[in-house]
Each structure stands twice: as structure tokens, then as C-alpha cells.
Design a protein around this ligand. Structure first.
Ligand code: CTP
Ligand code: MG
Length: 260
């Protein structure tokens, strides 16, 4: 029996329902202009170019007709041979938006990749590394990069220390063991649904502190595999990130010089 093709059994969830507070553009981040288009358009193009999905489920802010229209344009651009596009209203937290999009996933789907629209410039090779690891048997796989800064844990200063500085160091994490995690994160669909259900039943399912899906799968005790991410897969979070993303698109050497 041949291995089922990932593309035929894979859905990509794109979460684009955030408000973009830290970017400070006064509009949902997915609608913010990037290289003459929007962040969401770039993200959807990246997903389509990777060619790994039969369905793309996008979570947009509730009632955002502009982003819904952008999704329609994307579907029209891809034509009938492109992936099926489903658009849902997202929730108040990223995790709720993921859950809402998972409800739209077609029956018979085996694998799902969950991707942040804010990682608008993720290259094909990252989607492929994740899809390949799923096809090779991983139930959960995340792309990640080494951490360049030294990372410390801190607590709020108290008493006299608070007059000197607001925080005190409690320890230094061993940098060689740390990874900065990106998306798309890939999962066996059943495992991801179980992870979300289990978090929801423990009352933690909608907490803002759930910043990625792998966290929930880790709680099940399921191994989470790590593949190499890419620097241009940065999450556009702050105005500086947007400048970097524009630079990657417009720079004299374009994106070619950013390897990895
Ligand atoms: N996201 C979502 N639904 C939410 C919150 C976030 O779909 N309720 C999505 C965002 O649209 C983004 C991804 O999750 O693509 C990562 O979130 P983040 O970078 O934090 O985006 P925002 O929440 O929009 O930004 P901020 O936290 O600065 O408001
Ligand atoms: Mg956020």
C-alpha cells in the first residue's frame, strides 16, 4: 500500500483573527499593508505556493467583511484546482480561533498545519519540512530556530530592590536547549482535537497564555518533533518587524540571501 499523499489529506488552518495591538496600526493585523498587498494575502499565497493542502481554513475577526473579501479574491486567484477555502469567525484568543477553524476542516482529513497569518513570508521549505515529518509518522511537528539572546527568568522586585530596578533575575536558561518556535505547526488531526478538548475540559482551553498548539499536545505527553524553521518566517508583531518584512520583499537581493 502506498503512503497517502500529504496534500490529499492535509488542511492548513490560518489564524488571522487577531487585533494587532502591538503593531498599532488601528486595524486587524491581517489587513495591514505589506509590499503593496496585505499581510493576509502574503500568508495565503505562501500556503498555496507550498502546494501541500486540499483545504485552507482561515479564521478572521468576527464581522470583518474586508478580510472575507480578500479570502474570496485568493480563492478566485487559485481557480477550481486550488485548495478549497473555508472562512470562519475567529474568537477572543488565538486558541479559540484555531478551534473555530478546526470545526470547518473536511471529514477525512488526516493532518492539519496551523499557521499564523502574521508569519506572512514563511518559505515553502518550512511547510515541506513540517509536512514531510508528518508523512514520516510524527503526530506533532514544529519549526524552530536557535535562540540568539541569552534568556533569563525574572520576578518583580519587592521592597528596597523595587527602588533600584523593576525586576530581579531568578536564573539563566541554558541557551543550547532553547528554541524560538514558529508556525506552521503540523499535527495528526485527531491528536490536535484531543489536545484542544483536553485543555478546554480542564478550563484552560481559551486562556490567552496558550500561545501555540504544540503546548497543548505536550500536555498529552505526545512527542513533539522539531524541524528547522527560517528567519524570514518571523512573526510580524511590532512596527520593527513590519520594516524587516518590507525590507525582505524590497531589498536589492530580495529574500534570496536569507537562508536557513
Ligand atoms: N490570532 C487569532 N485570533 C486571536 C488572536 C490572534 O487568530 N484572537 C492570530 C493572529 O491573527 C496572528 C496569530 O494568531 O496571525 C499570532 O498572534 P499575534 O501575533 O499575537 O497577533 P495579534 O493577536 O493580532 O497581535 P497583538 O497580540 O499584538 O494584538
Ligand atoms: Mg496576540
Amino acid at each position: 500500500m502506498s503512503t497517502p499523499s500529504p496534500a490529499g489529506a492535509t488542511a492548513v488552518v490560518v489564524v488571522a483573527a487577531g487585533s494587532g495591538q502591538r503593531l498599532g496600526y488601528g486595524m486587524p493585523k491581517a489587513r495591514v499593508p505589506l509590499g503593496g498587498e496585505t499581510i493576509l494575502t502574503h500568508a495565503l499565497r505562501g500556503v498555496a505556493a507550498a502546494g501541500i493542502a486540499r483545504q485552507v481554513c482561515v479564521a478572521v475577526p468576527e464581522g470583518d467583511s474586508e478580510l472575507r473579501a480578500l479570502c474570496e479574491e485568493f480563492a478566485a486567484e487559485n481557480g477550481p484546482d486550488g485548495p478549497l477555502l473555508s472562512v470562519v469567525d475567529g474568537g477572543a484568543t488565538r486558541s479559540e480561533s484555531v478551534r473555530a477553524a478546526l470545526e470547518a476542516v473536511l471529514e477525512g482529513t488526516r493532518w492539519v498545519l496551523v499557521h499564523d497569518a502574521a508569519r506572512a513570508l514563511t518559505p515553502d521549505r518550512v511547510f515541506h519540512r513540517v509536512a514531510d515529518a508528518l508523512a514520516a509518522g510524527a503526530k506533532a511537528v514544529i519549526p524552530a530556530m536557535p535562540v540568539v539572546d541569552t534568556v533569563k527568568t525574572v520576578v518583580a522586585s519587592e521592597g528596597g530592590d523595587a527602588e533600584i530596578a523593576p525586576e530581579l533575575v531568578t536564573g539563566t536558561a541554558p541557551r543550547e536547549e532553547l528554541r524560538a518556535v514558529q508556525t506552521p505547526q503540523g499535527f495528526d488531526l485527531e491528536t490536535l482535537l484531543q489536545a484542544h478538548d483536553s485543555a478546554a475540559s480542564s478550563g484552560d482551553g481559551h486562556a490567552a497564555a496558550i500561545t501555540d498548539d504544540a503546548m497543548l499536545v505536550e500536555l498529552l505527553g505526545t512527542p513533539v518533533h522539531v524541524v528547522k524553521g527560517a528567519s524570514q518566517s518571523l512573526k510580524i508583531t511590532t512596527p520593527l518587524d513590519l520594516i524587516i518584512a518590507e525590507g525582505l520583499l524590497e531589498g536589492p537581493l530580495g529574500m534570496r540571501w536569507v537562508e536557513g
